[in-house]
Structure formats: C-alpha cells, structure tokens
Design a protein around this ligand. Structure first.
Ligand code: FES
Length: 212
C-alpha cells in the first residue's frame, strides 16, 4: 500500500510526516489502509500551511495508491480541508441552529467587519474565517474553532478581544468564555435529584397529548 516512488507532485511529506502517515496506516486492517485518508490529508494540510493544493491532494492519493479523484472527493467534502490559502489563525464559525440561536449572527458580523467576507485572508496573512456546520459542541454554543482549539460560550465582545489579542501577539484562551468547566450547567442553583425525587417526578408526570 505504501509506495516510496516519487510522483510528479511538487509536494511530498517531510520525513517526520511520512513516519506519522505510515503510523496512521498501521491503525487500519491490511487492505483497508485507504481509510486513513482523512488523517493523511490533515497531516499534509498542516505541513502545507493550512490548505490543500492540487499537488498536495495528488501526493496523498499517490501515497495511498488510489486515483486522485478519490482524494479529491474527501478534500472537497469536509470543511476541515481548505482549498485556498488561510490565515495563520483560521476561524471556523459554527452557524448551525443552536449556535445561531445563541448569537452566532453577531459573531459573524464581527468577523466580517474585522477580517472581511468569508475566505478572505488579511493582508498580513494573520486571519481568515469561514462559516461551518455543527462543530459538535452545541451545549457550549456559540462556538468557533480557531486552528485546533474550540472557543465557546462567546459573545461579540469576547470575539473582539480574541481578535485584538491575536493582533497584539498575545495568547488567547480556549474553552468556555462563561467560566464553565467543560459543559457544566450555567445555572448555579441547578442540583442533581436523588432517586426518590426522580421517582416522584416520573409518577406525577403528565402524559403527552391533548387534554392531559
Ligand atoms: S450547532 Fe454549533 S456546535 Fe453544534
């Protein structure tokens, strides 16, 4: 499955990334190594400064000994793969329903104002953004992924502060901006019920339906 021959692509894995790519292949049963394609495209994208060129995709396909179109299909399907240059800090802003109901439209306005339309890269190559579908952290909505980390429970002033800190080369804090640990409840008064309280609730629960 792994070919050491050179292909015509100008891109090739660095020796460190080639080792990493081979390690990914070993996670899959013999004959099924192509399933590592997402990991390999991800490694290649990181090596290439955050985006996939035609050559990069071609090299991954060559590495897996599959037709280029198969690698292209994966690269063009997932928003985690960028097909044009991105900034050093690439923002993936979730605009799906829970994030939208929790204020992602305001975040979108901030990003448009400070960076420009989606897929714009700022002149200093520092910032870029796109809107993506659910990032799988809806309980901490609204969420933005910046490079490899999640920034959660954001409002527009949090986002403006993040952008300012990046511009000033200051570190930025990932995780919840409402001081939550993971997705613990925001309401301090919320308490866990014991088994007896739960059984009383269940017994007294009204059945769904009209008139009940
Ligand atoms: S809807 Fe935004 S993380 Fe799921």
């Amino acid at each position: 499955m792994i070919s050491e021959k050179n292909n015509n692509s100008e891109f090739s894995f660095s020796s460190e990334n080639k080792t990493l790519a081979k390690k990914e292949l070993r996670k899959y049963p013999k004959g099924r190594e192509v399933s590592a394609i997402i990991s390999l495209l991800w490694i290649a994208q990181k090596q290439n400064g955050g985006w996939l060129t035609n050559d990069v995709i071609e090299h991954v396909a060559f590495f897996l000994e599959i037709p280029k179109i198969r690698a292209m299909e994966i690269a063009t399907f997932y928003t985690m793969f960028n097909l044009s240059p991105v900034g050093k800090y690439h923002f993936q802003m979730c605009g799906t329903t829970p994030c939208m109901l929790s204020g992602s439209d305001e975040l979108k306005e901030v990003l448009s104002k400070k960076i420009g339309p989606q897929s714009t890269v700022t002149d200093d190559n520092l910032l870029s953004w796109i809107e993506v579908e659910c990032l799988g952290a809806c309980c901490n909505a609204p969420v933005i992924q910046i490079n490899d980390d999640y920034y959660e429970d954001l409002d527009s002033s949090d986002l403006e502060e993040i952008l300012d800190n990046i511009k000033k080369s200051k570190s930025i804090k990932s995780g919840s901006y409402k001081k939550r640990i993971a997705s613990e409840p925001l309401d301090q008064n919320l308490k866990m019920l014991n088994e007896e309280q739960i059984s009383i609730l269940v017994k007294n629960r009204k059945k769904p339906g009209i008139g009940n």
